[in-house]
Design a protein around this ligand. Structure first.
Ligand code: FEO
Length: 401
């Protein structure tokens, strides 16, 4: 049975939702599922914008077939070739062999690399600024390299202001019927998943995203149609503002994420004591996470949201606790910067984690300010540590001014 929704009078969502996939890209948990969005334009020509993941192919094909109602498919525009969107290209070619594929040179190369039999079909290679008329609708193609792969482009419909934005402006989370962002309480129910999607998938490529945002600022966008998550037809500046923060690595809020690595609860107790101090002194936007039981994608998302990070780690095999080290490596990989970091270290006989975390932050990352004040524990937060704890809380608060 088909499952489609109208986007505009002649544009339809023909994607599908996936609640069965546990890990997006086989790494990021998606407890609320994910949607693979594809769109079908029924103009004088019929035009499909992107396909879907293999797992959603059957639903997608039923949707397309239903809306075409027996007419052929004239064009397939591939904005992004990552397999969660490109995997069903061959299935489209099998059913609609006369379809013309429009995409970038690199995308055609990737199609061949992935083993798709596209040669023998009509391939239209486009680049920045090229246009294509489908009848009433005229679209222009805009290069979007590294948002999130090098071949990516976005397509702007100059007739109605719809931007097919590929991975940009997407989100984790299945739509479950609610196609538009204005049909949900996005700021309450979706923003955390949108942030976690952006920061972990595209976060590394902030400068490329800013480049695309600058180009987007020159066109009159009325609607954003991303490849995951809700479609935006209202309140677009709200999402653009979030994107500018994320792409420039500016925190959204003053606040503190306390990430702790604790083996027997003593480092956790210190993290809790520091959080209490901060709250007592008036900073209540404080969020504690145990790195051992919090997937790193959530930690990354929170560090993009908040201005300050406390890293509290035990010493393990004379090094940083492995899960904390993994978090540090992810922060580096995703290019996180412009944050103030405080260190809490623990070690029962040779406390090394603080110096090692400081070295990583100084040598491996850029734009990170590490506070001079540090809380050092020998096994646990002893009675004599009140002054150090107080000093660290005060230093965090002072750095927020
Ligand atoms: Fe949803 Fe980069 O693919």
């Amino acid at each position: 049975m088909y499952c489609v929704r109208n986007v505009t009078e002649d544009l339809y969502w023909v994607g599908a939702n996936d609640h069965r996939l546990a890990l997006f890209e086989n790494i990021h948990p998606i407890p609320r599922g994910v949607s693979y969005n594809a769109y079908l334009l029924l103009d004088e020509k019929s035009v499909l914008f992107d396909t879907v993941d293999w797992s959603a192919c059957r639903q997608f094909l039923e949707n397309v077939e239903h809306l075409l109602g027996g007419r052929g498919l004239d064009y397939l525009v591939i904005n992004h070739m990552e397999p969660d969107h490109g995997a069903s290209i061959e299935e489209i070619l099998l059913r609609y062999p006369k379809v013309k594929i429009i995409s970038t040179e690199k995308a055609f190369m990737l199609m061949r690399q992935f083993g798709f039999q596209v040669d023998g079909h009509e391939l239209i290679e486009v680049k920045e600024g090229d246009t294509q008329s489908f009848g009433k609708h005229v679209v222009t193609f805009v290069a979007a390299p590294m948002v999130h792969w090098p071949e990516a482009m976005v397509t702007f419909d100059t007739t109605n202001g719809v931007l097919f934005s590929a991975d940009a402006f997407g989100s984790f989370g299945a739509l479950d019927g609610k196609l538009f962002a204005d049909e949900v309480d996005f700021d309450r129910d979706w923003i955390d998943d949108a942030r976690r999607y952006y920061t972990n998938i595209v976060g590394k490529y902030g400068p490329h995203v800013m480049h695309l945002l600058k180009k987007a600022g020159t066109i009159d966008i009325k609607m954003l149609c991303p490849l995951h998550g809700p479609v935006w037809r209202e309140n677009i500046p709200y999402l653009l503002d979030k994107y500018v923060h994320w792409a420039t690595y500016e925190p959204e809020e003053k606040g503190v994420v306390v990430a702790y690595a604790s083996m027997y609860g003593n480092t956790e107790a210190a993290a809790q004591a520091l959080a209490s101090k901060l709250c007592e002194k008036g900073m209540t936007n404080v969020w504690l996470y145990d790195v051992s039981n919090t997937h790193v994608s959530y930690l990354i998302s929170e560090t993009f949201r908040l201005s300050h990070v406390v890293l509290a780690s035990v010493t393990y095999n004379l090094g940083i606790y492995p899960v904390m080290y993994g978090f540090l490596q992810d922060m580096k990989a995703l290019n996180l910067q412009k944050r103030t970091v405080a260190i809490v270290e623990n070690g029962s006989w040779a406390c090394k984690s603080g110096d090692l975390m400081q070295k990583f932050l100084d040598d491996e990352m850029k734009g990170i300010t590490v506070l001079n004040e540090r809380l050092s524990l020998a096994s646990s937060l002893g009675e004599g540590k009140e002054a150090e704890l107080d000093a660290l809380a005060n230093a965090i608060l002072a750095s927020m001014q």
